[in-house]
Design a protein around this ligand. Sequence first.
Ligand SMILES: *Cc1c(COP(=O)(O)O)cnc(C)c1O
Length: 403
Amino acid sequence: MRRRDLLRGLSALPVAAGVSGQVFAGKTAVSPPKRDLFKELGLRTFINAAGNYTSMTASLMPQEVLDAINAGAGEYVMLEEVQDKVGVKIAEICRSEAAMVTAGCWSALVLGMAGVLTGMDNKKVMQLPFLEGTGMKSEVIVQKTHANGYHLALTNAGVKIITVETRDEVEKAINEKTALLWFLNREAPEGKIKHQEWLDIAKKHNLPTMIDIAADVPPVENLWKYNEMGFDLVCISGGKAMRGPQSAGILMGKKELIAAARLSAPPRSGIGRGQKVNKEEILGMYVALEKYVNTDHTKEWKIWEQKIALIDNTVKGIAGVKTEIVLPPVANHTPSLSISWDDKKVKLTKESMGEKLRTGSPSIEVIAWETDNNIRLTVFMLKPGEEKIVAQRIKEELVRASA
Ligand SMILES: *Cc1c(COP(=O)(O)O)cnc(C)c1O
């Protein structure tokens, strides 16, 4: 059928067959009634004053990111090509040699590890995660205080984790099986060996290094700081403070290592095949990163401080209530408010306070699991105006429970 005949045929179709017409036209002729899936499925939505938690679906994407995802969904492209092109842009922004979009920071850790082990050898790619007898290296050195769960991503590639505490222990642990020296930025203050010393040891032994900075913007400079410092691979989450797709992240670093990491990722069938990111997320991640870098961070910080001050001022006059503005030093480095109460004056446990805020209207999530007679909250994930609701609701519950 020639195109003209095809179109003529379509226009002759009755209205009920309009669906196929929509596909060809690429737009919706009659918009269907808007569905409210949250209501339909009975899903609780809430004000997120807790922060970036995977269990709470972490962050909301800005309109520009949603637009990129929608636009991306409308065309076919070659998956490798979109990774190539976006990789170049991300690398430019983050001042690394190369970059790729991964399925979260965890996937960046897995794929980066895979790339370190296999290099460009496709036979090795298909042998992961079984390293014995393959000639691949099999050990990763990690400081004890840095081995707190996220390091397990590396073991997806088959490696064994060797924990150390001192420089002397690192030197003793290094042998012909050592594949990588891994660093968890969040725990940098806790570890005996700091960034530069870690890099120096690696350099001396000609070993590659990787750093996990998953939740470590702000400050925005962290996007390039560790690339410039000399880490061979840097892994970050896309859907935390950057507010890209929650299931996206970035692996950046040395050109040959990124190329090697991609051998284990879709469209190929290596260990990363189940960590697929399609063009929508790749494009969404790129736009989120670009928007994040172009944000006026000083202004944004001031707005966060104002919101924290508003909540603080609303609750701190209540008898027996004490507040403190806290700034986590590395990860989730945004102002947060700690609210404590004397349980003789305010008869509440942290759990019941959390539950009252959760079951109230609107539902609110705060951090109600850290310290007794205390909740903590952040404001960087709030929608405009929600800080007033949060302040009022917390005050209400504190006053109600006051003897
Ligand atoms: C969140 C986090 C991860 C995992 O990141 P995802 O993007 O959820 O895959 C890894 N490491 C650290 C330190 C994190 O905070």
